[in-house]
Ligand binder design. Structure first.
Ligand SMILES: NC(=O)c1ccc[n+]([C@@H]2O[C@H](COP(=O)([O-])OP(=O)(O)OC[C@H]3O[C@@H](n4cnc5c(N)ncnc54)[C@H](OP(=O)(O)O)[C@@H]3O)[C@@H](O)[C@H]2O)c1
Length: 283
């Protein structure tokens, strides 16, 4: 297959390139500097010249707190840009894969969210991702909307990197224990998406690291696995006020007959830390 990847310089984008190549796909990776998905003329031109079989849109406005101050900016990329890209893909007969987020849910559930559960976002970022889901689905019937959660991967800002930095600077950290979700390693997610895009299982998919935990438990596991001496103290969402509200519970489950299961988040973390160590080792 010929796969065009937008936002190819981002955390998921980078792993998507490798995962698609590993499955033998021809990959056209376009970082933001090569294609701004909000530029519909450029998007049309890129797709018309490349004629991909599938487009994987890893471009996104992902600053959850920043979106509270710039909801229009988040909408422009996560909704309008994604919709234009999906329409451009439709015009050249390509499928579209649009990653989405657990933050489309309000977090009031106490059992895992499945694909047909009603999204009710509580943040500007969540609203922009939900709007993008709908717009992409309307623009291109051959769509995969893949909700993932709590991503960590190489080359991006993520919770694991934040904890490792703080753990190197201070003896203790305060982390929320009242938000529960599924940490997901982007390499595991990308491998699943590279396979998904080959088929015709269109519609919404929930794909996240196996198991569940709080950010507090995640931080403890990061320090345990990395061998970092840093005490983790449990805080509440109220204590650690952030600009954007986050769902208290955003565990993703699936009601699909053949759900896509990723390895447990602890294994994802172990593999991430091992690969990070190799990448940082002197040549
Ligand atoms: N991170 C998470 O925890 C998480 C959780 C669930 C779902 N997701 C979803 O997973 C997907 C991938 O996220 P990620 O964590 O890989 O994000 P990321 O590391 O922030 O990467 C997003 C990429 O998109 C680029 N971009 C932004 N605006 C663009 C535009 N107008 N045109 C082209 N490229 C643009 C960014 O470039 P610049 O860096 O130059 O701005 C960046 O390279 C997103 O759809 C996100 O909503 C993420």
């Amino acid at each position: 297959m010929n796969v065009l990847i937008t936002g190819a310089g981002g955390m998921l984008g980078r792993d998507m390139i490798a995962a698609c190549r590993a499955r033998g796909h021809e990959v056209v990776p376009l970082a933001r500097s090569e294609l701004d998905i909000c530029d519909s003329v450029a998007a049309d031109a890129a797709l018309t010249s490349q004629r991909p079989d599938a487009v994987i849109n890893c471009a996104a406005f992902t600053d959850v707190d920043g979106a509270e101050d710039d909801e229009a900016g988040a909408m422009r990329i996560n909704d309008e840009g994604a919709a234009q890209l999906a329409a451009a893909a439709q015009r050249v007969g390509a499928k579209i894969l649009q990653p989405s987020s657990d933050y489309v849910f309000d977090g009031s559930a106490r059992v895992p969210y499945v694909e047909s559960d009603m999204p009710l976002p509580i943040s500007a970022y969540g609203r922009s991702k939900q709007a993008g889901e709908t717009s992409v689905a309307v623009a291109n019937p051959h769509h995969f909307i893949v909700r993932a959660s709590w991503l960590f991967g190489h080359g991006g800002k993520n919770f694991v990197e934040t904890m490792l930095r703080l753990g190197g600077e201070q003896p203790e950290v305060l982390v929320v224990s009242d938000q529960i979700g599924c940490p997901t390693y982007t390499r595991h997610l990308a491998e699943a998406l590279a396979a998904l895009v080959e088929g015709e299982e269109f519609g919404i998919h929930h794909v996240a690291g196996g198991g569940q935990c709080s950010w507090y438990e995640f931080a403890q596991e990061i320090f345990d696995q990395a061998g970092v001496e840093c005490r983790v103290m449990a805080g509440t969402t109220e204590m650690l006020a952030r600009k954007a509200p986050r769902p208290a519970y955003s565990v993703l489950g699936s009601e699909r007959l053949e759900p896509i299961a990723l390895p447990n988040w602890r294994r994802g973390l172990a593999e991430y830390l091992a690969e990070r160590q190799v990448a940082e080792a002197p040549a």
